[in-house]
Design a protein around this ligand. Structure first.
Ligand code: CTP
Length: 405
């Protein structure tokens, strides 16, 4: 997906070992559809060459405020006027201090100071040793830069080039890309608290076996990402899947339907929107055994008795907050046939204003899906597309409904 199509990013590199990640970041931005203009400081050129960045960005790199390529000899003005955003990655502790004071003695800082604040956002990806990051001066500078309108993208944690372990690593290129894409999405759910269930559940038969289903969790995870991009605080209650948590989303891992019910009920009081995307097992073995069931040599399979699982969506939809409109509930229906009729019947049975129908066998495990939105007024099709694109459309549909209630 070309999430950054039409965006022009000025990518500024300050000196730091994390410059090696800037090459991959540049490539990721371009693959996402952006055009990228690289500006490097002298210190950055100690770590990575302008040749590398030129080859990746397909544009000559700027490094000096005296660059004679610009007819007016003002690269700091020209570069910043063209940008949809300036991204400093990596941004050193020293450069944060410099930005804070509005100092401008080389091209990168000059350009940041000269940017039209209201039109050209400044995004900062810090990279430094953990002690430098934790230092009160750096934390103070970060808070002031935010107050001055910059967006700090945060830091990663882990093993650092200096041999120490802690906070201060530059975020990985994929994480930065996710944050930058999110930055440009309209904030349709700002102020909302969205709770989402996703993935299958696993119902134990014995300690080594169980019953599950083919849900991959991808749709629910895409919705979580889209809701966070739209400015919501998002909690994702996830069944057993091995998907990466979308950036900025709080995740609670669960296994069985009962665990999912418990986790959902403990989070739902803070929520304003509940989206039940999980494929919850309808039944579970009535009496899972503590020890593995062994063959007894008779050739007779064990008899399993089942009991019904609690219906999480129906339970939440019947709560006082859902009934008086403080919690907007959205259900899903995974069907194999007669999608519209089954979805409409299910919507009424579950008592939710909106239900999203999809054909389970055509979507489980896939990156694409097609949705049918079903409400009291009828149905609306969202044609087949990548799950993230569908999730964004669903989020904007939900935002419209929240606005009109
Ligand atoms: N759901 C739930 N708890 C359950 C079963 C389902 O919260 N125990 C939710 C799902 O997350 C989904 C919706 O209810 O949002 C419909 O799920 P689905 O499995 O399609 O429907 P069922 O209620 O199981 O009905 P049926 O199996 O008859 O199609």
């Amino acid at each position: 997906m070309q999430d950054l199509a039409g965006k022009h990013i000025v990518l500024g590199l300050k000196g730091g070992i994390a410059c090696y990640k800037a090459a991959e970041l540049c490539r990721a931005l371009i693959k996402a559809g952006a055009t990228v203009q690289v500006v490097m400081t002298e210190a950055a050129e100690q770590f990575i060459t302008p040749v590398t960045m030129q080859a990746l960005s397909n544009r000559t790199v700027y490094g000096s405020q005296w660059d004679a390529r610009e007819p007016n000899n003002m690269p700091h003005i020209n570069l910043s006027r063209e940008a949809d955003a300036i991204l400093i990655a990596p941004c050193s502790a020293d450069f944060m201090a410099k930005l804070l004071h509005g100092r401008a003695d080389e091209l990168l800082s000059l350009m940041c100071l000269a940017r039209p604040i209201a039109e050209v956002p400044l995004l900062i990806a810090p990279a430094m040793n953990r002690e430098m990051w934790a230092h009160p001066a750096t934390q103070r500078n970060m808070a002031q830069l935010q107050a001055d309108g910059a967006t700090i993208l945060g830091v990663g944690s882990g093993f650092q080039a200096c041999g120490e372990t802690g906070d201060g690593r530059m975020l990985e290129p994929a994480e930065l890309l996710e944050d930058i894409v999110a930055f440009f999405q309209p904030k349709l759910l700002a102020g909302q608290q969205v709770l989402i269930t996703a993935g299958p559940t696993y119902e134990a038969i014995d300690p080594v076996r169980g019953i599950t289903n083919l849900s991959s969790g991808k749709m629910g995870f895409a919705i979580a990402r889209a809701a966070r991009e739209a400015g919501a605080q998002v909690t994702l209650v996830a069944g057993p899947v091995s998907l990466a948590t979308p950036r900025g989303v709080a995740r609670v891992d669960v296994r069985s339907a009962q665990d999912m019910m418990e986790a959902t009920l403990s989070c739902v009081d803070a929520a304003t929107v509940f989206i039940a995307a999980a494929a919850v097992a309808d039944w579970r073995p009535a009496a899972p055994t503590a020890q593995k069931i062994k063959k007894d040599g008779s050739g007779k399979p064990p008899e399993l008795l089942f009991t019904e699982n609690p219906d999480i969506l129906a339970t939440v939809a019947q709560s006082a907050r859902a009934r008086d409109g403080r919690l907007f509930c959205v259900g899903f229906a995974a069907e194999s046939h007669d999608l519209a009729a089954h979805s409409q019947a299910k919507r009424k049975r579950k008592g939710v204003p909106l239900l999203v129908g999809n054909i389970g066998p055509a979507t489980f495990g896939q990156d694409d899906n097609a949705l049918l939105l079903v409400d009291a007024a009828g149905t609306r099709e969202i044609p087949r597309g990548p799950k993230l694109a569908l999730a964004r459309l669903l989020v904007s549909d939900i935002a419209r409904r929240l606005k009109s209630t």
